[in-house]
Design a protein around this ligand. Structure first.
Ligand code: AMP
Length: 419
């Protein structure tokens, strides 16, 4: 016999978003999509789950995210599915599947939605979290890198978040570039194996650069002496990086070069960046991104460069100081009394709404005092009173809830008066 639960709570590592936080949140998402649109990025939405291979092949099996954090399940048809842990591989999958890349390039897309990673929950770290992101697919030039980075910088600033931009180039996989560096780094890791934390001793053979992401104290200490990639970049990657920096300098975007920044996902090439904000404790990365010129091919598509970023909304909202609206923005509250209550108040409310004016009415059968109180609670600028006198006289009483003044307005002119 199953025991009947008497109450439920949200699963560990998840949260409920309720007003007023949900209102501020939605304002922040809308702001992102508006900024993206003004730079030519159209919205994209992909499923919340994908075939597991999209992430195994796209993000890479040696990454922490794919190796340890995915919510993978077998569906009723025996297929392996995964709740998306990130947004870039699915967007690329969608672009390739629908041949969007055969049309005009670059394809510029922005998204906002939940991601899922089975991490140990703590402040700023959840199992379902929300990212906003943007991608430029089909552009190899450094100006695409600069555009993407500046867009993220501007959005973060618009939210009133103070974050530093860390910038690096991690080259390309070739033997004259990152390939050679990784061999050099692997040798360093092997030479220092006994000083590394036991959990990191295998890094030399799997993915040596990942050792820079280790949180183990012993490894962090060793990695301070490790060779960094800057000296190993090939001429093309070095020139690309120099041009990105020059464009950011010209745009007045401040950054710090961080040669130990490698980022957690395997698909990055060349430009990699991260935004770090103060006051968030250990989970201080509010977002990051980079170039992913090899991603399309690893998903079975053609060679197709790309660059993008993803920002974590929970951490941004923890750090945000911009005055995002915390109420839904009702303009008018219709107070119905006597002959004006019921159908009369309802009809007037709908008239206002149809004219694009935010309007509410009493849904609880309150008297005039209760309705006036509810009008203040609603945040409305105006109360529109419809009582016996108003109905018979063909007018409404318009009360300015901020100043307390009131006036009579002919009933058929009220929309025009408030527009
Ligand atoms: P990533 O895709 O790992 O580069 O993550 C980009 C951003 O998403 C991070 O900088 C965080 O702000 C956010 N993020 C990633 N994982 C989590 C998580 N488990 N909980 C909350 N935010 C996250």
């Amino acid at each position: 016999m199953s025991s009947e639960p008497t109450s439920f709570s949200a699963p560990k590592g998840t949260y409920d978003l309720l007003p007023p936080d949900s209102v501020r949140w939605q304002g922040a998402v809308r702001l992102a999509m508006d900024l993206f649109a003004a730079a030519g990025y159209a919205p994209v939405d992909t499923p919340i789950f994908e075939s597991t291979g999209v992430f195994e092949r796209g993000v890479g099996e040696t990454s922490e995210v794919v190796g340890k954090q995915m919510y993978t399940f077998t569906d009723q048809g025996g297929r392996s599915m995964t709740l998306r842990p990130e947004g870039t591989a699915p967007v690329m999958r969608a672009v390739l599947e629908h041949n969007v890349h055969r049309g005009p390039l670059p394809v510029k897309l922005g998204y906002a939605g939940p991601m899922f990673r089975q991490e140990r929950p703590q402040k700023g770290r959840y199992r379902q979290f929300f990212q906003v992101g943007a991608e430029v697919i089909g552009a190899a030039a450094p100006v695409a890198d600069a555009e993407i980075i500046e867009l993220a910088v501007r959005y973060i600033a618009a939210l009133g978040v103070e974050a530093s931009l860390l910038l690096n180039s991690i080259g390309h996989p070739g033997g004259n570039c990152r390939g050679a560096y990784q061999e050099g780094l692997a040798t360093f890791l092997r030479d220092n194996a006994d000083r590394l934390a036991p959990a990191d001793r295998g890094r030399a053979d799997t993915n040596p650069m990942r050792a820079f992401d280790s949180k183990e104290d012993a490894t962090v200490l060793v990695m301070k002496e490790a060779p960094t990639i800057d000296a190993w970049l090939c001429a093309e990657c070095a020139a690309h990086f120099a041009e990105v920096r020059a464009l950011l300098d010209a745009a007045g975007v401040a950054y710090e070069i961080e040669p130990r920044l490698v980022r957690g996902l395997d698909y990055y090439t060349r430009t990699a960046f991260e935004f770090v904000a103060g006051g968030l404790g250990s989970q201080n990365a509010v977002g990051g991104g980079g170039r992913y010129d090899g991603l399309a091919e690893s998903l079975g598509g053609p060679s197709l460069p790309g660059i993008g970023f993803a920002l974590g909304m929970e951490r941004l909202m923890l750090a945000a100081s911009a005055g995002l609206p915390a109420s839904v923005g009702i303009d008018a509250y219709v107070v119905g009394v006597g002959a004006g209550s019921g159908a009369g108040a309802f009809a007037l409310t709908l008239r206002l709404r149809r004219a694009g004016i935010g309007a509410e009415l009493d849904l609880a059968g309150r008297g005039i005092k209760g309705q006036m109180k509810d009008a203040s609670r609603s945040g409305a600028r105006w109360a529109i009173i419809l009582g016996d006198e108003e109905v018979h006289g063909g007018y409404v009483t318009l009360k300015d809830l901020a100043s307390g003044t009131q006036e009579r307005v002919p009933a058929d002119e009220i929309e025009r008066r408030l527009a």
